[in-house]
Ligand binder design. Structure first.
Ligand code: C2E
Ligand code: MG
Ligand code: MG
Length: 567
């Protein structure tokens, strides 16, 4: 049974047509009716219409416009246009525009109508099939070169703000071997399976197509930076490389891929494809099973990045990490009341790698959880050692990263570390950032309470740079706010009235919430005096001392101890 939608405002014409269709018991049509274009379009949205019979002059739309609206609304549904006597020109335009047929109302009879209906449905079915054949690869059902071209052109031209598009040319390694040794039917199954895999790893809005034998092209949108593309490529190539069972055999297939980026590697479709292809050949030359970017700087950056990731994975076992300690000073007494432990990575060849360079990578790879635990353990052990040696390191703080904070078992791990090292929890503090807490407040509060219940203190690092909801802030079980360096930097010689106004505001806010306030990045006397004047509790910064290795920090503590004895 076909659902036919009749869009016709004249009740007489509508009745006539319905009767003609209903008269024939063999006619496989159910007629639905709309007397306005708007109603018709609404009906079409349900998606069950097999054919539209459309009067072009309606109360809410007129002429060719009526046809165009219906056609763009449901391009896959055949349309028969109804016109008045002298509207042949209009009717022909509709047919040229994609209508299957037209009928003149006054010359309508049952035979003609039914024939036109059958004919239109068949004709449209055939057209759709042709279109599909012209645009899709029969084996995998993926877009073919034709459609990929169109899609890529559309994506490139619809870029309002120039975000990166990545065009990936991908080729299965040793496909010919599979084909020759296992037979074409296995080869076909492999291509189909790879097509499905590629489709399944892509995000909505991305496209994968097959452009030849074992060649696929991927269009990835919104690739804002190389990091994102890099991750996507790792995900995609890993998916391809998963073992696959075909005809009772387990196969391991890898791929080589080349990537070009819009706009820097080409501003038009052909150039982008050509360059991605060239990069793919380089990947083959590199021994297959890898991907290459078109531009060499991109490759260098990515290779550096890979090397760093690789080295980072080994750094823990090789004991390449250490902690430096930066003193925190009480503003009233001027004495050391604690330290922040800051991780350092010294690589045997590259020397010191800055945390800003490797912490984000550790985050993304998940290594941060292990590394973070090591940091807490090492800081706790060291503090305990100093205490055993009769020194007074005060409260030692460690930084937590977002992923570490969200990971299961953080509270348990900290509790275990306290037990193992025998450190008094009152000597330990963790620093977290606002965004970590505000990301999922309820879960965060639970974790914070867990940490708090161990007896350690909590402070919010880089305060004022993330987004904080003040109403949550007062419910958090925290002990201190750490004014971000940038606000301390704003405190100059006090020439401008606004200088330091934010630092001052954070001090007031912190005190109103009964929190301690500490300023980081204090470098000048002017900053120090300003902070003192406004009642800040503690400071940390190059003015007092840079982060130093543990032996050197121990010397600071020794000196403080001797001074204390003398006093
Ligand atoms: P942060 O927690 O805000 O650490 C303070 C940073 O400011 C440190 O940089 C420190 O060396 C620097 N600094 C201290 N005094 C001054 C000063 O007077 N002026 C200036 N300009 N800078 C000063 P560092 O050690 O490079 O650490 C950078 C960031 O890396 C840290 O920011 C923290 O977010 C992260 N980080 C460091 N160690 C760890 C760690 O063990 N775990 C985690 N998750 N992150 C860490
Ligand atoms: Mg910190
Ligand atoms: Mg900070």
């Amino acid at each position: 049974m076909h659902n036919v939608l009749l869009i016709e405002d004249n009740p007489g014409d509508a009745r006539l047509i319905r009767e003609m269709i209903a008269e024939d018991p063999r006619a496989p049509f159910t007629v639905h009716f709309a007397d306005r274009l708007a109603k018709g379009l609404e009906h079409l949205s349900a998606g069950e219409t097999a054919l539209v019979i459309l009067d072009l002059s309606l109360p809410d739309s007129f002429g060719l416009d009526t046809f165009t609206k219906v056609y763009t609304h449901a391009p896959a549904v055949p349309i028969i246009v109804l016109t008045g006597n002298d509207d042949d020109a209009l009717a022909l335009s509709a047919v040229k525009g994609g209508a299957q047929d037209y009928l003149v109302k006054s010359r309508l009879d049952r035979e003609l109508l039914l024939r036109s209906m059958h004919y239109s449905i068949e004709r449209k079915r055939y057209q759709v099939q042709l279109e599909h054949q012209a645009n899709y690869d029969a084996l995998t059902g993926l877009p073919n070169r034709n459609l990929l071209h169109d899609r890529l052109r559309q994506t490139v031209y619809s870029q309002r703000n120039p975000r990166n598009i990545a065009v990936v040319f991908m080729d299965l390694d040793h496909f010919k071997f599979v084909n020759d040794s296992l037979g074409h039917s296995t080869g076909d199954k492999l291509l189909k399976a790879m097509g499905d895999r590629l489709r399944s790893v892509l995000r909505e809005g991305d496209t994968v197509g097959r452009v030849g034998g074992d060649e696929f092209v991927l269009i990835l949108n919104d690739q804002s930076n190389e990091e994102v593309i890099f991750r996507a490529m790792q995900r995609i190539t890993a998916k391809v490389a998963e073992p696959i069972m075909l005809d009772g055999k387990e196969l391991y297939v890898t791929c080589s891929a080349g990537i070009s980026l819009y706009p820097q590697d080409g501003r038009d479709v052909d150039t982008l494809l050509k360059n991605a292809d060239a990069a793919m050949y380089r990947a083959k030359e590199h021994g297959r099973s890898n991907f290459q970017f078109y531009t060499s700087e991109m490759n260098e950056r990515v290779n550096d990045r890979l090397a760093l990731e690789h080295a980072l994975r080994r750094a823990l076992e090789r004991k390449e990490f250490m902690l430096h300690y930066q003193q925190k000073v009480d503003l009233r007494t001027g004495s050391i009341i604690g330290a922040e432990a800051l991780v350092r990575w010294s690589h045997p060849e590259w020397g010191l790698v800055r945390p800003a360079r490797f912490i984000p990578i550790a985050e993304e790879t998940g290594l941060i959880v292990q590394l973070g635990e090591w940091v807490i353990h090492e800081a706790a052990r060291q503090t305990r050692d100093w205490l055993d040696a009769g020194l007074k390191p005060g409260v030692v703080s460690v930084n937590l990263s977002a992923r570490q904070f969200r990971a299961d078992g953080l509270v348990l791990a900290v509790s275990r570390i306290l037990q193992e090292t025998g450190l008094d929890p009152a000597q330990l503090e963790v620093e977290l950032t606002e965004s970590m807490v505000m990301h999922n407040v309820e879960a965060a509060i639970a974790t914070l309470q867990g940490l708090k219940s161990l007896g350690i203190s909590l402070s919010v690092d880089d305060f004022g740079t993330g987004y904080s909801s003040l109403s949550y802030l007062k419910d958090l079980p925290i002990d201190a706010l750490k004014i971000d360096r940038s606000f301390v930097r704003d405190i100059r010689s006090g020439s401008e009235a606004e200088d330091g106004i934010l630092a001052q505001a954070i001090i007031s806010l912190g005190h109103a919430l009964h929190l301690k306030v500490i300023a980081e990045g204090v470098e000048t006397d002017a900053q120090l005096h300003f902070l003192k004047r406004h009642g800040c509790d503690q400071v940390q910064g190059f003015l007092y001392g840079e982060p130093v290795p543990p032996e050197q920090f121990a010397q600071l503590l020794e000196r403080a101890k001797r001074r204390g004895k003398r006093a």
